[in-house]
Design a protein around this ligand. Structure first.
Ligand code: FE2
Ligand code: FE2
Length: 475
């Protein structure tokens, strides 16, 4: 299964040429995809030659090839991590049974919904980011956003392959609808809230890739445990690409922080207005962006208590993060899990059946991962000798979904009245004025080796290329 046929119109390691009906269906979807890319992909980019990696195999040691590509000519392919012989379902009511190679009839519509919901996020993020190339802080960063964009496109292909291969006519209709919804569209929006938010500047983009792509990592990791083997194998390979997206976000913010700290030290200033006057982003503004993107992304995990999550698990469709490394019975009928609840003026913890708290558990796994990244940012601040530390807001802060939707919770977890919230929230969430300031820094820097004033150069280039490499050629 691991040989890649790269001579076909759609590169793949799924023996597409052996199934002419499927191949023709996907070849019919391909021009619609390219139309979508031309309409909603990175603005004014069709002629650029971009130094991109393309997945050409699933070999962990050498799956990517780097070269200049015009993005509409990118070889979006279908790659599944090779199957394990005799793979079993590892959790839920079917634990121990052979993993499904075909969709189990009784779970068909649930599984389709899971795949469509994941698939919908992929083109959504490309749409959200489509204007950002015009204000890139360097060629290196421009190349990175384009890399993220083409790979989100490939992730859409990954989900569309499953829909076409396993869900017949319904699947083909869903694949078309994935190209019809639009991020932020009032009439036909993307499915999930965070994917309809704007990503208007590069600080938002880096926050998005650090926080929201990381939600993607956790959702994919839970789906990689699925008893439906093609979904599991698809998600495993997607996770390989996802790591770079997270790197782009974490290192992007880290470089902005580093640059701000350098300027604060050189000019001996720490007042945010004075920091801004020097053309860099003050640390409290970065914190407010963090608070916004973090809370919006926490909502993507869904309600704390969810019977849907319980049924996804019990039916074997969606596991926990690193399911097979967890030392329990993988059925959870008798287990409990702590969730937060609102008791009048206080946030309290209560224990609920673990099966119903699987969204919360995945959210908690995610939060630990985010915390580690924040710790690395704080190292940069600490090393610069600056008295400031980034801190994640409370889990209940600014939530729109679940127990805390509609409540007013401060970043340190105090329950507030609406009046207190109205008075205080501009100190906690990025304001229009913050966004205008950040936007004012977003000039285009597109000369090899040059970087915008607000961001430090990265430690190293892409694929061992120097920092002044011509990562994008305009023609
Ligand atoms: Fe993705
Ligand atoms: Fe991603």
């Amino acid at each position: 299964m691991s040989n890649v046929d790269y001579n076909e119109r759609i590169p793949n390691n799924v023996h597409l040429s052996d199934n002419k009906t499927l191949q023709r269906a996907l070849e019919r979807w391909q021009p619609a995809y390219l139309d979508w890319w031309k309409e909603m992909g990175p603005e004014e980019s069709t002629k650029f030659e971009v130094y991109l990696r393309t997945a050409i195999s699933v070999d962990p040691k050498g799956w990517a090839h780097f070269d200049y590509v015009k993005m509409p000519d990118y070889r979006w392919g279908i790659f599944l991590t090779p199957g394990e012989a005799d793979r079993r379902i590892n959790f839920g009511a079917h634990k121990g049974e052979p993993a499904w190679q075909e969709v189990p009839g009784e779970y068909r519509s649930t599984l389709r919904r899971i795949i469509v919901t994941q698939g919908d996020t992929e083109p959504a993020s490309v749409e959200q980011q489509r204007h950002l190339g015009l204000t890139c802080p360097s060629l290196y960063d421009l190349r990175n956003i384009f890399q993220v964009n083409v790979e989100e496109g490939r992730h859409l292909w990954a989900m569309v392959y499953l829909l076409h291969a396993h869900f017949g006519r319904d699947g083909r209709e869903e694949a078309e609808a994935l190209l019809e919804r639009r991020s932020g569209d009032a009439d036909n929006p993307r499915i999930l809230g965070a994917f309809n938010e704007k990503t208007p500047d590069w600080l938002s983009f880096f926050m998005f890739t650090f926080l929201t792509d990381r939600d993607g990592k956790y959702q994919l990791a839970a789906l990689a445990e699925s008893g439906f083997d093609p979904l599991s194998r698809t998600c495993r390979f997607m996770l390989t690409e996802e790591a770079h997206h997270l790197f782009v976000g974490e290192s992007g913010i880290s470089r902005a922080i580093q640059r701000t700290c350098e300027v604060m030290k050189t000019h001996k200033v720490d007042d945010p207005d004075k920091v801004r006057a020097l053309g860099v982003i003050d640390l409290p503004t970065i914190q407010r962006y963090l608070n916004f993107h973090y809370s919006v992304t926490l909502d993507l995990y869904g309600s704390e208590i969810s019977s849907n999550a319980a049924s996804f698990y019990t039916t074997g469709l969606k596991g926990r993060f690193e399911e097979t490394k967890i030392g329990d019975d993988h059925q959870l009928a008798n287990d409990e899990y702590p969730v937060l609840d609102l008791a009048g003026e206080r946030i309290v913890q209560k224990h609920v059946p673990a099966l119903n708290a699987l969204n919360e558990r995945l959210r908690d796994d995610y939060i630990k991962d985010v915390e580690a990244g924040i710790g690395r940012w704080n190292k940069v601040v600490e090393k610069a000798g600056i008295d400031f530390r980034f801190k994640l807001p409370h889990k209940a802060f600014n939530r729109r979904i679940g127990i805390f939707a509609g409540a007013h919770i401060s970043p340190d977890g105090k329950v507030l009245s609406e009046a207190e919230w109205t008075h205080m929230h501009t100190q906690w969430l990025a304001t229009e004025a913050d966004r205008e300031f950040v936007a004012s820094l977003m000039g285009r820097v597109a000369e090899p080796g040059k970087f915008a004033n607000w961001i430090a150069p990265p430690a190293r280039g892409i694929n061992n290329q120097p920092l002044d490499f011509e990562y994008v050629r305009f023609s």
